[in-house]
Ligand binder design. Structure first.
Ligand code: F6P
Length: 546
């Protein structure tokens, strides 16, 4: 591959480094005071989302340099490479084509010379037919009862997307059915998920790209025993109560699930990019095929926006550049994502895998150690709850924490004055963070001198505000795609591989080695470090004593 210049050696990066110094003195108060149009100027719209990024530490010049950095990093060419199915995931020699999952049926996207769109559509049709049968009570359990409970067993991308989407779109879900999610190998997760459920009415979806993941396979085995115990031990019951979502037909069949009841996807769909593949089967069962297709349409709208909008009006590009701006030029360690929408309560958790498993990398595509910061830590909670917990630190702490506020024009179930109050809070928070309260303002309120420093708000704390009309399946798709492509934008500039996850391997391998050391009857010969050896011995003792 061509030798790529390190990101921080690019002309625009160096210019940004110099330019960033002026923000030591430049306050958002002044930026707004000097430009009466600022609140209109730094906004962009696409795929039903409105982005106000005016409350960021940036000027026209900053924006110009950030956009120049994107161009110098060949962002356009790299986007085209992704959209056209090039194998941009170099370390796994794979294409990165989650965009094909939501492409229209008549699109052509080639992987190794083969159009993948018809296969995607065929799986969607199979999912739809299955979902319709279950939802209509036509798919019956082993004892003839309709399925009323659906439990998705999966972890990481095979869990976080489905849970997040179920919670986000609950308003559209079939309320006559119960949906639960099991991910953790901690048995309590399973115990609680099946609590109170009748096995005869329960369907398990075993969701695993590889169908080898320890947590998922352990939970799937436990689920099979639970089901068989509950239904009198007849093994043929498995066929009516288990379906699989995987790329690994062999393993699915070895587990005992008929591959006729398997919904496939492909190695070019990364786990954290898979909620719109068959991994979303639980979502489709909850909201129905039409709403699921609407969600895919929303994803596609944002894909098209990302692919075609000029960078200066391109939401994912702008958000990606802003995340990088604070990470690399202001030493910001984290970004808070703060949805003012209770249905998005799992959105920050979902984003954590998307952003941090993607961009938590410290070597370039060529394998050289980077000498600049990459992926920031993403975290968050829905507003207004966060306001009464950690916002104190965002307002007055010593760290710079850029925030993404997300809010909607309408509540899905309007209730008195609640929504106006909710929105008043989100606007107030962004305003308070940006403008703060000066010592003079605090004094003018009659505050005694000794108390003034405690009550001052520095302000100049950046945020984005994302608004949409209401939380529909389309908008959820657009919102997820916005962050997917923002992550991509950052990864391209940092010249890292946003699509592998080797960092999860070591712990998995060590756990496999330790499991027999915990379970063996005979005292094992431990060859770890002294700390790990001691912990293992102590645990073995704890197990023996009541
Ligand atoms: O351990 C990380 C990971 O590989 C994620 O990338 C993935 O989403 C998750 O595990 C689950 O993998 P699978 O779908 O193969 O069970």
């Amino acid at each position: 591959m061509n030798k790529i210049k390190p990101a921080n050696q690019r002309v625009a990066w160096k210019a940004l480094a110099a330019h960033s110094k002026q923000f030591n003195k430049l306050h958002l108060r002044k930026l707004f005071a000097d430009d009466p149009k600022r609140g209109d100027r730094f906004t962009a719209e696409g795929a039903g989302l409105f982005l106000d990024y005016s409350k960021n530490r940036l000027t026209e010049k900053t924006l110009k340099l950030l956009l120049q950095l994107a161009r110098e990093s060949d962002l356009r060419a790299r986007m085209d490479a992704m959209f056209s199915g090039e194998k941009i995931n170099l370390t796994e020699n794979r294409a990165v084509l989650h965009v094909a999952l939501r492409a229209p049926g008549d699109a052509t996207i080639l992987v190794d010379g083969k159009n993948v769109v018809p296969e995607v559509q065929a799986v969607l049709d199979k999912m739809s037919a299955f979902s319709n049968r279950v939802r209509a009570g036509e798919w019956r359990g082993h004892s003839g009862k309709p399925i009323l409970n659906v439990i998705n067993i999966g972890i990481g991308g095979s869990d976080l997307g489905p849970v997040m989407a179920y919670e986000a779109l609950r308003h559209y879900s079939n309320r006559g059915m119960t949906f639960r999610f099991v991910s953790n190998v901690d048995g309590i997760d399973f115990v609680e998920a099946v609590h109170g459920l009748d096995p005869a009415e329960t369907l398990f979806i075993v969701s695993s790209k590889t169908f080898t993941t320890l947590e998922t396979m352990t939970n799937a085995e436990t689920a099979r025993s639970w089901l068989l115990n509950g239904l009198g031990g007849d093994k043929t019951a498995v066929a009516k109560h288990f379906v699989a979502v995987s790329t690994n037909a062999e393993k699915v069949s070895a587990f005992g699930i008929d591959t006729a009841n398997m919904f496939g996807f492909w190695d070019w769909v990364g786990g954290r990019y898979s909620m719109d593949s068959a991994i979303g089967l639980s979502t489709m069962l909850a909201i129905g095929p039409d709403h699921f297709r609407a969600m895919l349409h929303g994803f596609h709208q944002m894909d098209e926006h990302f692919r075609t909008a000029p960078f200066e009006k391109n939401l994912p590009v702008l958000m990606g550049l802003l995340a990088l701006w604070y990470t690399d030029f202001f030493d910001a360690q984290t970004i808070a994502v703060l949805p003012y929408e209770q249905y998005l309560k799992r959105f920050p958790a979902y984003l954590q895998q998307l952003t941090m498993e993607s961009n938590g990398k410290s070597v370039t595509l060529e394998g050289r150690r980077v000498n600049y910061d990459t992926g920031p830590i993403f975290w968050g909670e829905p507003g207004t709850n966060g306001q009464h917990s950690f916002y104190q630190l965002i307002h007055q702490g010593t760290r710079l924490i850029p925030c993404d506020f997300i809010a909607f024009g309408h509540a899905l179930t309007p209730l008195g004055r609640h929504h106006d109050m909710l929105l008043a809070n989100v606007f107030a928070q962004a305003e308070a963070l940006a403008f703060g309260k000066t010592p003079d303002q605090v004094k003018a309120e009659g505050t005694p001198d000794w108390l003034v420093p405690h009550r001052v708000f520095e302000g100049n704390r950046p945020s984005n505000t994302i608004l949409a009309q209401r939380l529909t399946p389309e908008i959820l798709g657009a919102l997820v795609a916005l962050y997917e492509h923002s992550v991509f934008t950052q990864g391209i500039i940092w010249n890292i591989n946003s699509f592998d996850q080797w960092g999860v391997e070591l712990g998995k391998a060590l756990a496999q080695r330790i499991i027999p050391e915990l379970e063996s009857d005979a005292e094992p010969k431990l060859k770890h470090d002294t700390s790990t050896n001691n912990l293992i011995r102590r645990y073995r003792k704890m197990k023996k004593s009541k």
